[in-house]
Design a protein around this ligand. Structure first.
Ligand code: GRF
Length: 342
């Protein structure tokens, strides 16, 4: 994909697929380092609140068949074999999330309960003040909160919603942000009772102006992680900087191959035999952030772009909730460009 006006300081994050909502205006990019990712190696900095040590999910060795009953029926809720990249090993049930989500660690943030003034010696009084300080319905272990940004159909968003509902996500979808009031993603959010922030870009004098408003919404909702899922707008430093290391995107190719628009079309055109889906951090470039996880999809000789795209999206819907669950469980670490899962 061609580079755009270098003066444009915004990046493309979600406008990388064939979408009826995409417009040329929405797909520039910009070079530059990832804010919050220094050049030097060793940057263990995913600003997930640092809670109790996470309990890694039990994971069978890759290649070990999925657990089954003596009749050969898959054992419900049994941990599924995965490869280190999160790809189900041969024998894994593809309908089951391959990771068993560990319990949510406690989240302690400045401003959250925990330092009740005047109650430092009496545990009972401390607990009481803690409870009083919390908004109704919110326990002392505050759930990990994500905001999903979507402009289109929102099939990834739906997969996240389903995963949250089943408890596998380990996170609360606290906000949907969309630039398209008519988007199916907005409809899905309303049906699921997820708060929605919809804006019309033309009502603002600049991208920075609406992003400042989005930032306010994110802060008010105490969002821990931004999950871009087909968001067809450029994103500027107004959002990238405060959420450096806490903003992820899904792209329909095996990055670094085929960044930008129409990734499936590019893959078919190029004649590759394998493509797939990539979840990566959002940095200052076009689909260039550190890669978190990938799933491969075979490309057949007679594939069309749309056929390949649909098969990739099937994998995306499995991969994205899984990756978000890693964040929610505090299992992701960044060292230089390498993303470690522990
Ligand atoms: C996905 O294919 C994703 O890779 C890209 O945008 C598409 C969004 O699809 N970033 P949907 O709206 O989630 O169905």
């Amino acid at each position: 994909m061609s580079r755009v006006d270098p003066e444009d300081q915004e990046i493309l994050t979600g406008a990388d697929v064939t979408s009826p909502n995409a417009s040329e205006e929405e797909v520039p990019q910009r070079p530059g380092p990832m804010p919050g990712l220094p050049d030097e190696p060793a940057v263990p900095t995913i600003p997930r609140p640092e809670p109790a040590p996470p309990t890694p999910a039990p994971q069978p060795e890759p290649g070990i068949p999925a657990p089954v009953t003596p009749d050969g029926v898959p054992v419900p809720d049994a941990p599924q074999p995965v490869t280190p990249g999160g790809i189900p090993a041969p024998g894994a049930d593809p309908s089951v999330d391959p990771l068993t989500l560990p319990g949510l660690p406690a989240v302690a943030e400045p401003g959250d309960a925990g330092e009740a003034p005047g109650a430092d010696s009496d545990p009972a009084a401390q607990l009481l003040e803690l409870e009083q300080a919390l908004p109704q319905g919110e326990g002392p272990e505050r759930p990990y909160r994500i905001a999903v940004f979507a402009s289109g159909s929102g099939s990834n968003f739906q997969a996240l919603l389903d995963s949250a509902q089943s408890g596998r996500l380990g996170a609360q979808i606290a906000l949907l942000v969309s630039d398209k009031p008519q988007a199916k993603a907005v409809e899905r959010a309303r049906a699921a009772g997820v708060p929605v922030f919809v804006f019309a870009p033309k009502d603002y004098e600049s991208r920075e102006a609406y992003e400042r408003e989005i930032l306010g919404e994110l802060q008010q909702a105490k969002i821990d992680l931004i999950v871009l899922a087909g968001y067809m707008r450029l994103i500027t430093d107004v959002l990238v900087e405060p959420y450096a290391g806490r903003m992820i995107n899904i792209h329909p190719s095996l990055l670094p191959s085929f960044p930008g628009k129409d990734a499936a079309g590019q893959a078919v055109e190029h004649g590759v035999r394998l493509s797939g889906a990539t979840v990566h951090f959002v940095d200052g470039g076009m689909d260039t952030g550190p890669i978190i996880a990938q799933r491969a999809v075979e490309v057949t000789a007679d594939d069309t772009a749309i056929e390949l795209q649909l098969r990739i999206q099937e994998q995306e819907r499995l991969l994205y909730p899984e990756v978000v669950s890693w964040f929610a469980a505090g299992r992701v670490k960044l060292e230089g460009r390498r993303v470690l899962l522990f």
